[in-house]
Design a protein around this ligand. Structure first.
Ligand code: AHG
Ligand code: MN
Ligand code: MN
Length: 337
């Protein structure tokens, strides 16, 4: 049996990439090394004193877990030493981190990332993840990265991916030529191609939303949920409700099985909860590359939203094409109420 490792695959596909060949290869390979290190910590999280809260809050007032901090440090270090990346925007840092060394300043790429997604699930052995988006910088090479490098529409991403630390660990990514998934074989320490050319089923029977927020949802979303729960054999309803609370894990399941994930506006989060730059955009790029759809629920494509700030939040409707389109119809019938 022949095994294709992530590195072999990236090199094989280099020619798909419109820019200088080895650059993205090095960047992705550094990300995958950091992912393996984070994976090692995630796996032994119950064994060492790394569980629990670190006692400091991130910019959004959420208490950071120790593993959030650890993962952030690892990815920052890996990207800094990749020689291709001049700066990072992370959920865990208020402002961008512009790398100062000369080599890093010559890097042509910036990375927006959520180093540890689903952190409320860390303590209970539930799947968590890492999400990343890669852009070409727009500021001149040789200088420090600027905020403007990160405030580009998602449509400008050159690559995006996620790592899921689950019952097995996987890395899934796209460079705009389809989506491929790699499973970490712990015995050889390599990500191996396991899910070639992932395609999102055009329809599915899973809906994923935090129904605890139901009374605060817009009417259109409430009506769509009623539709999901109604019995109708020809359309395979009622659908099945599945919600983990880790975007990466919820997205990954729906990508493979067919489904819709919704995080709408609520009273508590009037512009939605999930962050455009490092949660919604990378997932939107991946789902579109797999044939699915991602919008804000109001018929605006996520990848077309022009970001105003690093930690901007937007509502997210993402998954199988037909399901997202249908949910948008319910929302459109009720306006923004
Ligand atoms: P993070 O752990 O990076 O802050 O992200 C948590 C996000 C996302 O993973 C998940 O989909 C969502 O928050 C869950 O939010 P609720 O608990 O409000 O459902
Ligand atoms: Mn997150
Ligand atoms: Mn996070």
């Amino acid at each position: 049996m022949s095994v294709i490792t992530l590195n072999e695959f990236i090199i094989e596909r280099q020619s798909d990439f419109p820019y200088a060949k080895g650059e993205l290869t090095r960047l992705l390979s550094h990300i995958s090394i950091a992912a393996k290190i984070v994976n090692r910590e995630v796996n032994k999280a119950g064994l060492v004193d790394i569980l629990g809260e670190s006692g400091v809050s991130n910019i959004q007032g959420e208490v950071q877990k120790k593993l959030d901090v650890y993962a952030n440090d690892q990815f920052l270090m890996a990207l800094k030493s990749s020689a291709e990346c001049c700066g990072v925007a992370s959920e865990e840092n208020e402002d961008i981190v512009a790398f100062e060394g000369e080599i890093a300043r010559n890097g042509k790429y910036v990375v927006a990332m959520d180093p540890l997604d689903g952190s409320s699930n860390i303590d209970t052995n539930v799947s968590i993840g890492t999400i990343f988006a890669i852009y070409r910088r727009i500021s001149p090479v040789g200088h420090l990265a600027t905020r403007a490098d990160f405030l580009q529409e998602g449509a400008k991403q050159v690559a995006a991916g996620y790592i899921i630390y689950g019952s097995s660990t996987m890395m899934v990514y796209t460079t705009g030529r389809g989506v491929n998934g790699f499973t970490l074989d712990p015995s050889i320490g390599e990500f191996c191609l396991s899910h070639k050319n992932i395609e999102s089923p055009t329809s599915g029977t899973i809906y994923s939303i935090n129904e605890g927020n139901y009374i605060k949802f817009p009417t259109g979303v409430k009506n769509y949920l009623k539709y999901c729960q109604e019995k109708d054999e020809p359309t395979n309803r009622p659908y099945t409700s599945r919600y983990i609370g880790s975007l990466v894990a919820d997205f990954h399941r729906n990508l493979l099985k067919g489904g819709i994930f919704i995080y709408p506006i609520t009273e508590q989060n009037p512009t939605g909860k999930l962050r455009l730059l490092y949660e919604c955009n990378p997932m939107a790029f991946i789902i579109e590359q797999a044939g699915g759809k991602a919008s804000d629920g109001y018929e605006t494509r996520i990848l077309d939203i022009h970001p105003d700030s690093l930690h901007q939040r937007v509502p997210l409707f993402i998954g199988s094409w037909n399901m997202v389109e249908n949910a948008e119809r319910f929302v459109a019938e009720n306006g923004n109420t």
